[in-house]
Design a protein around this ligand. Structure first.
Ligand SMILES: CC(C)(COP(=O)(O)OP(=O)(O)OC[C@H]1O[C@@H](n2cnc3c(N)ncnc32)[C@H](O)[C@@H]1OP(=O)(O)O)[C@@H](O)C(=O)NCCC(=O)NCCS
Length: 155
């Protein structure tokens, strides 16, 4: 298994992995999540991400098979937290049959190294509160809980 930067030839597999993440994560945890979004907009969105120097798109590859992906991006300055140079881990997934063997850890480590080389001082990630496995994964890599979003359905 190797982790490498995604190129245009990886776009279909990258979109497929992102769509699988939508289905498994948001699709089971947020009734408002549009699971058809990756099929309709994924090629445009992730194609632009692969070409953007301020975005890191990684694939984990086992032979010819893409078994995981990560997308992380540099964030713009935040005037109310001026001392922070931020990056966001926007999307990470490892195929079910490859989990628990360090692939996610390698993807995260490559992202954190990429961010550090660009002067980033803080990496953030959002997770559904019910995704306890992902939260444990992040915590095992040094992330600590930050803000908590609360929702109130109205009407
Ligand atoms: C979260 C995810 C990317 C982790 O990838 P992975 O390859 O399984 O993770 P690793 O094998 O590198 O695990 C690294 C650490 O995380 C912990 N961890 C990973 N999965 C875990 C789980 N299901 N439950 C508890 N801890 C877990 C392990 O204990 C391990 O810690 P250790 O190295 O101290 O033993 C993967 O489980 C996944 O794709 N999940 C579904 C998609 C998802 O939820 N993505 C995140 C959305 S916010």
């Amino acid at each position: 298994m190797t982790v490498r930067t995604a190129g245009p030839a990886d776009l279909n597999a990258f979109v497929a992995s992102a769509a699988a993440l939508f289905a498994e994560d948001g699709g089971t945890r947020d009734p408002h999540m549009d699971q058809s979004w990756p099929a309709r907009h994924g090629h445009e969105y992730y194609g632009a991400a692969i070409a953007d120097p301020d975005v890191l798109c990684l694939v984990a590859v086992d032979g010819d098979e893409v078994v995981g992906h990560l997308l992380g991006r540099l964030k713009g300055p935040n005037p109310v937290r001026p001392s922070v140079v931020g990056a966001e881990l926007e999307s990470v997934r490892v195929a079910d049959d490859h989990r628990g063997s360090g692939v996610g850890g390698e993807l995260n480590a490559a992202f954190v190294a990429w961010a550090g080389e660009r002067g980033v001082t803080e990496v953030t990630v959002h997770a559904f509160a019910s995704n306890t496995a992902a939260i444990r994964f992040y915590e095992s890599h040094g992330y600590v809980p930050g803000s908590l979003q609360l929702r109130l359905p109205v009407g």
